[in-house]
Design a protein around this ligand. Structure first.
Ligand code: ATP
Length: 309
């Protein structure tokens, strides 16, 4: 695979000095679906707008298929399709004209066969002569996607594709996105639904307070979900894991008051007995123990809270 989008140390401060992006670096591989998860105000929309050249970066660089978004705006922008969060369509225009004009805006020659194909894939062909205002909310979202695809971009950004969409339509949207990927389009979507990232993404990135906290293969993240955690509460807080316990791969819990041991539930030997013996031998006194299943949601919440993990 080759890198289609390369973001390097991207910073954005808004007028007034608020720093919405604090040095974001991210490489996107051609043909992948990357879900960018983050709470409200994390900087997801700012990142997309800056990458698409709608907002100017304070510093850093963005290259789309080798073209710099600042110095080679037209060449870079042509590679990108953007599906915004808000529905910003002309209500009295027909579906057909909406996509046709959008292609024209990019200076692309008329290609009715291509537009027919896009509308068919998005189940909008029957609606091509309808005015946008006659369509349901879910269909309007599909028109936004058709519009974003009309100039044949290689990278498609979907900003909160299922915001305000009911569960059934959300699943439909997931199918549409997977099909688009089959046709070779690279997709970056933002969401605050973990479920959505799980359903679609190849890789998951977590962003909070303008920083990328993690980018990982979804399958690796999911593998972690098959793990259980044993938390050993201590009577006295500690600042470091004793050297004699290093082999157990422990983490220190909040305020140093516990040790957290992750183990595979399906493993024949969990290693718990040895661990507890070694903890006692290290002179640590236990006040309690508990176990819990870790989930992608836990990982996300921990990261976003910025607590030690
Ligand atoms: N034009 C602007 N001027 C000043 N601050 C802004 C501007 N646009 C966004 N911000 C601030 O930048 C931060 C990031 O906003 P952004 O919209 O990128 O977050 P987001 O992750 O997309 O959030 P949401 O999930 O709510 O859409 C927020 O604190 C927001 O208030």
């Amino acid at each position: 695979m080759s890198t289609i989008l390369s973001i390097t140390d991207l910073r954005k401060s808004y007028a007034g000095g608020f720093e919405a992006l604090k040095g974001v670096s991210l490489d996107i591989e051609e043909g992948e679906i990357l879900a960018l998860l983050g709470p409200n105000g994390a900087g997801k929309t700012t990142l997309i707008s800056t990458v698409c050249g709608i907002t100017t970066a304070t510093s850093g660089s963005v290259k789309v298929a080798g073209h710099c978004i600042q110095q080679e705006f037209r060449a870079a922008r042509e590679m990108i399709g953007l599906v915004p969060q808000e529905i910003n369509l002309e209500p009295f225009e027909t579906v057909w004209n909406t996509v046709r004009f959008s292609r024209g805006l990019f200076g692309k020659p008329r290609n009715d066969a291509l537009l027919q194909d896009i509308l068919t894939k998005l189940s909008l062909w029957d609606k091509r002569n309808s005015q946008v205002k006659e369509l349901s909310g879910g269909m309007k979202r599909r028109v936004l996607i058709a519009k974003a695809l009309s100039h044949e971009p290689r990278v498609l950004f979907l900003d909160e594709p299922s915001a305000g969409v009911d569960v059934e339509l959300r699943k439909d949207m997931w199918d549409v996105v997977r099909e688009l990927r089959q046709s070779g389009v690279t997709i970056i979507l933002t969401t605050h639904y973990i479920e959505e990232a799980e359903a679609m993404a190849d890789r998951v990135g977590v962003i909070a307070k303008g920083e990328i906290l993690l980018v990982e293969e979804k399958s690796d993240l999911m593998a972690r979900m098959g793990k259980k955690e044993l938390e050993v509460m201590l009577t006295e807080p500690i600042s470091d894991v004793p050297a004699s316990l290093a082999a157990h791969g422990l983490r220190i819990g909040p305020q140093g008051r516990s040790l957290i041991y992750t183990y595979d539930v399906k493993a024949e030997r969990t290693g718990i007995t040895t661990l507890l013996n070694d903890v006692a031998a290290a002179g640590l006194v236990l006040s309690d123990v508990s176990t819990r299943q870790s989930s992608l949601e836990d990982i996300f919440v921990d990261l976003v809270k910025g607590e030690p993990s």
